[in-house]
Ligand binder design. Structure first.
Ligand SMILES: [Zn+2]
Length: 178
């Protein structure tokens, strides 16, 4: 009698453990599935020579050497197309034209990124000021700076070099760079 109940107990335990493992596996699969569709996770790393080959001289100076284009000279400063702006280094979507506004600064300005997770921030102490530098979270390209003098609803101003951006019309915004 004792033997039978022991066996039964073991059987139950085995079943329970198997069920547990199956549960964990399912959970793992779900997590993997989520990150698969998530392009923010795939960082792009290229050598300096590769960047020089891909980018124009002006883009290289701005994206890879933290340069700034002259105010009012960028192609998107006055541009009002309806669509999204992707990173000119890697094609990741960064801003939506619906958040673009005329800040009068001479550079394309947005009050919010498409997704804050796509932009990395760094403090920039150059020019004797403390500014917040914004970079593409995927390829590390320098985009511009973020200031807190923007309009509602965020009060933020993402001041971006046109050279760091590539405009895509709304119906073409599903294609990712390259
Ligand atoms: Zn990028």
């Amino acid at each position: 009698m004792k033997l039978i109940s022991n066996t039964l107990w073991l059987l139950c335990l085995t079943l329970l453990l198997t069920a547990c493992n199956a549960g964990q596996m399912a959970e793992k699969r779900a997590t993997c599935g989520m990150s698969e569709g998530n392009t923010m996770a795939d960082k792009i790393e290229r050598t300096d020579d590769e960047w020089r080959e891909i980018l124009t001289e002006e883009q290289y100076r701005i994206l890879r050497q933290k340069g700034t284009e002259r105010a009012f000279t960028g192609r998107y400063n006055d541009f009002k197309g309806d669509g999204v702006y992707v990173c000119s280094g890697c094609g990741q979507e960064l801003f939506d034209s619906q958040t673009k506004y005329n800040s009068g600064s001479g550079w394309p300005s947005f009050w919010a990124p498409s997704d804050s997770g796509r932009i990395d921030e760094d403090s920039d102490m150059s020019l004797g000021m403390v500014r917040i530098e914004i970079n593409c979270g995927r390829c590390g390209a320098h985009l511009g700076h973020r200031f807190d003098d923007g309009p509602d609803p965020t009060g933020q101003r993402y001041c971006v070099n046109s050279a760091s951006l590539e405009f895509k019309k709304r119906d073409e915004d599903t294609t990712e760079g390259e």
